[in-house]
Design a protein around this ligand. Structure first.
Ligand code: HEC
Ligand code: HEC
Length: 219
């Protein structure tokens, strides 16, 4: 049992209305897994694909990566993680006016449908930066990420899995804001994982961590 499996099992057990798929059966995103999911509910998934394009894509982009400031990349994110966040928005615990307004009327089936659709979006790498990331900052960022065990939960490549979000290649401004939010208590997590992970990280190191995370090419 790894930490990820335990957290995933806890999240599943407590998520009202979520389909009871054992965490261990939720394979990492592969074309096969995505295909299997859509084969199970073809009509439902087509509906949420369309609703995503009509409603969500305006901010998040058709492929799940837009260049709108402060708007997280959803491409490559896990269904499991996405549903925990939609749940937090629906409860008004995670604060963002637009997302709260969108999540409030969602049924459990809607949250599941949107999350499953998000889970089928393949990762979209960040556009190549004008100048390559600063090597010294990247190696300091890596050292911090190892020291504070970010890589323990999010993986060495920061690709996450299941309830642990993919963060490699996520947008800098968004990552910094989330780290500040977890640190100040403004963004409550679904679990206390991030609050605890950041308890020993000085506020002045958050930007360096965000720089490292955002510039680590995801896969
Ligand atoms: C008006 C713009 C806007 C629209 C439309 C929108 N979102 Fe969002 N979404 C955001 C922003 C901004 C955030 C980040 C909020 C924050 O900073 O906490 C977000 C966060 C999220 C997250 C959490 C991502 C993460 O990495 O934690 C999910 C999941 C999500 N949105 C799904 C959706 C879905 C599904 C829809 C359509 C039903 C949708 N969004 C429509 C702006 C939008
Ligand atoms: C004990 C496991 C664990 C550790 C250690 C950990 N994280 Fe997390 N992280 C999580 C989980 C779980 C979430 C989902 C938050 C929630 O519960 O709502 C998360 C969320 C995040 C997010 C928000 C992603 C998004 O899309 O909104 C960022 C950014 C992040 N972590 C960065 C880090 C960094 C940087 C470190 C190291 C300082 C770190 N994490 C250490 C488990 C961990």
């Amino acid at each position: 049992m790894t930490w990820r499996h335990i957290a995933a099992a806890v999240a599943l057990a407590s998520l009202a209305g979520a389909a009871a798929t054992p965490a261990s059966a939720q394979a990492k995103k592969t074309p096969v897994a995505a295909g299997a999911a859509s084969a199970a509910a073809p009509a439902g998934s087509a509906i949420y694909a369309e609703r995503f394009r009509n409603v969500c894509a305006a901010c998040h982009g058709d492929d799940g990566r837009s260049d709108m400031a402060g708007t997280p990349v959803l491409a490559g994110q896990y269904s499991f993680y996405a549903i925990t966040q939609l749940f937090l928005f629906r409860e008004g615990r995670r604060k963002n006016e637009a997302m709260i307004a969108l999540a409030k009327p969602m049924t459990d089936a809607d949250m599941r449908g949107f999350s499953d659709y998000i889970g089928t979006l393949p990762p979209v790498p960040a556009p190549a930066p004008a100048t390559p990331p600063d090597a010294a900052r990247m190696s300091k960022g890596l050292a911090l990420a190892q020291q504070h065990k970010c890589t323990f939960c999010h993986g060495a490549d920061l690709a996450g899995g299941q309830q642990v979000p993919r963060i490699g290649g996520q947008k800098h401004d968004y990552v910094l804001a989330t780290l500040q939010g977890f640190k100040s208590g403004d963004r409550p997590g679904y679990t206390r994982a991030m609050t605890e992970a950041l308890s020993q990280v000085p506020v002045e190191d958050l930007d360096l961590l965000a720089y490292y995370v955002a510039n680590l090419a995801g896969k």
